[in-house]
Ligand binder design. Structure first.
Ligand SMILES: [Fe+2]
Length: 626
């Protein structure tokens, strides 16, 4: 039985396909169309999934999408009605909308960015700003509902087939149920507590549950407009990082600051009984005036979420590109600490309610690897499974398993330990691409390739490492990676100058042989998808300076032979040469989506100052190198 899952009309559009409960393929659309965090419909990812399975859409039995416009409809209507009556009661205050929630056609990212900075477009109706904002939010949701209903049309169009050729049954899976399913049904747990912690999806920001065998029992949720993800995104914007997905930059900035604004952030987001929390809505605009959000083709654009209360409390917002000072660092530190407090508040309640010590974690906020790494220290949970595509792309996979297990009650079969579910290319395909470009390359045997690469890394070269199936989710895990020597303190600067061009305060991450984790880190719970940050043992920090952050932490990937044998061998060979079972691993890209094909990898190699590129068993070197 084939089940196809789709995340569409939202950031990180993706498709996933399972067969008889096992993953055949899962990938984000951005890897194919090269538009970061691409929203819209994942046409190329869908075609890839079917091609990987060697089937056509006629063979697919069920198709689902991770949205359900009918979910919580009464709450949406009640919320809108309440807001409108509040606005009517204060109608003496006439404010004109600066922005509103609606969809716009975006020809390209730059243009979309320009548009998002433009005040209300002239073709939008004027009037009371907040009222029109609410009306537009309703219109937006109806628009999304219509799109979801058109899913069959979009699938047919993407594949160039008639709608009548699709015999599959269609399902709308509520957004957070898809997140929860993605972190449970492919986890190693038969029973587990589950938390989806997020911005928003289907009017909910946070949902927790207990999972057992083939069922997920929802125990609690936090509704719009209250959201930890919204607090993080709003503060990220205030700190001058306006792009979708910039929250990770603020997480990287936080360790440079002191959390001297805890009182302020405890007022901005307040915890309540039974795992609940609420925002002080004075600080936000998303619930009242509406906020620009573009989910059409292209990178998502989110307008300004924070209100003027942020400036009243913290001073003026930082302009993008302006110098970062102590204030920005301290705000980031306070935000991060408050997020952790709220996260542990929810998790401790979830443990109390379920009595369970195994946890499945998902949702966009589950990308906060600093918070994740502290869960075992601050809650009774003992084992944590973080879905590698914890954000919205992973809901495509969650949809497949919600249908397979919760709905169809079919047996569980897959434990997803890695994230290697994307396209792969044979040595013959890679050779053909190299020859087509008339590039000079060498070919090694399986045993030789990791030994040569390990030597290159130890020699201080910047090594492109393109192997096997592409990763699902944001982290490169040793198949689409750039790998360098973590012992060299200057490697961070070298990578930034020559390839990545990232802000200097952002850390680079270590990959370590799983069984050596405790030798280098203060915790050793496996982190195979690089979604946990632990403290590097103080005595080891000087040994691996390029992957030790300013606070002594590292966002590690634990690598086992079972999950990724070739990458494991590479690090083992590096250890034989150097005595250090750690390499620095950063994603294979230059300010673009992670490379997918050999052609992307070669393009990136040629346009950056990477020294050597391993593509399967083939090796391409810069002429100046050996
Ligand atoms: Fe989500």
């Amino acid at each position: 039985m084939y089940i196809l899952g789709i995340n569409a009309y939202h950031g990180d559009a993706a498709a996933a396909l399972i067969k008889d409960g096992r993953i055949v393929a899962a990938a984000e659309e951005e890897r194919f169309n090269r538009v970061k965090h691409c929203a819209g419909f994942p046409a190329a990812a869908l075609r890839y999934c079917l091609a990987e399975a060697g089937i056509t859409i006629e063979d697919v039995d069920h198709i689902g999408i991770s949205r359900d416009p009918s979910a919580h409809l009464h709450k949406k209507v009640l919320f809108a009605a309440k807001r409108l009556s509040q606005i009517a009661a204060s109608s003496s205050r006439v404010e004109f909308a600066q922005t509103s929630v609606h969809h716009r056609d975006t020809e390209n990212t730059e243009d979309a960015q320009r548009k998002s900075e433009t005040p209300a477009s002239p073709n939008q109706p004027n009037g009371n700003g907040r009222a029109s904002g609410i009306f537009r939010q309703i219109k937006d949701r109806l628009g999304n509902a219509a799109k979801v209903r058109d899913l069959k049309d979009d699938v047919a169009r993407a594949l160039g087939v008639s709608k009548n050729s699709i015999r599959a049954q269609f399902h709308n899976i509520e957004h957070h149920r898809a997140h929860l399913a993605s972190s449970f049904y492919v986890s190693p747990f038969y029973r587990a507590a589950l938390l989806s912690i997020d911005g928003f999806g289907d009017f909910i920001s946070t949902m927790w549950a207990s999972g057992e065998s083939n069922a997920i029992d929802v125990l609690g949720q936090v509704e719009y407009p209250h959201s930890t993800g919204i607090v993080y995104t709003a503060t990220t914007q205030f700190l001058g990082f306006p792009h979708y997905g910039d929250e990770g930059k603020v997480m990287g900035l936080a360790p440079y600051g002191k959390p001297r604004f805890m009182n302020e952030f405890r007022d901005i987001i307040r915890t309540e009984e039974r795992g609940q929390f609420r925002l002080n809505l004075d600080y936000f605009r998303h619930h009242s005036e509406g906020v620009d959000m573009t989910w059409d083709e292209g990178s998502p654009i989110i307008g300004r979420i924070f209100s003027d209360a942020f400036a009243q409390t913290f001073g003026p917002a930082r302009e993008p590109g302006a110098a970062l000072g102590d204030r920005e660092r301290d705000i980031a530190a306070s935000l991060q600490q408050r997020l952790e407090e709220v996260g542990f508040h929810i998790l401790n309640h979830l443990h109390e309610e379920t009595g369970l010590t195994d946890l499945g974690l998902s949702g966009g906020v589950a990308y906060n690897s600093v918070m994740n790494g502290k869960i075992l220290l601050n809650t009774p949970f003992r084992h944590v499974y973080v879905q590698p595509a914890a954000g919205d792309s992973g809901t495509a996979l969650g949809v497949c398993y919600e249908i397979n297990n919760s709905i169809l009650k079919r047996p569980r079969g897959e434990v997803m330990l890695g994230a290697y579910t994307g396209p792969e290319f044979s040595d013959e395909e890679i050779r053909a691409e190299l020859e087509r470009r008339e590039l000079v390359f060498k070919t090694y045997s399986d045993g030789e390739v990791t030994r040569h690469a390990a030597q290159d890394i130890a020699d201080g070269l910047v090594v492109g490492w393109f192997q096997g199936r592409m990763e699902f989710g944001p982290r490169a895990l040793g198949n689409r990676s750039i790998v360098v020597d973590p012992r060299r303190a200057d490697m961070k600067e070298t990578l930034n100058q020559r390839i990545k061009k990232r802000e200097p305060f952002r850390p680079f991450a270590p990959s370590i042989l799983e069984e050596r984790t405790a030798d280098y880190f203060e915790q050793d719970h496996p982190a195979p998808t690089m979604l946990m940050v632990y403290q590097v043992r103080p005595e080891r920090r000087g040994e691996i300076p390029a992957v030790t952050h300013v606070d002594g932490s590292g966002r590690l990937q634990t690598v086992s032979r079972e999950v990724n044998p070739r990458y494991y061998q590479l690090i083992s060979d590096f250890e034989k040469l150097t005595g250090v079972p750690v390499v620095l691993n950063t994603s294979f890209n230059e300010n673009e989506p992670v490379v997918c094909t050999p052609a992307h990898a070669i393009d990136c190699f040629l346009k950056t100052r990477m020294d050597v590129l391993y593509l399967g068993n083939h090796v391409l070197r810069r002429k100046s190198e050996k």
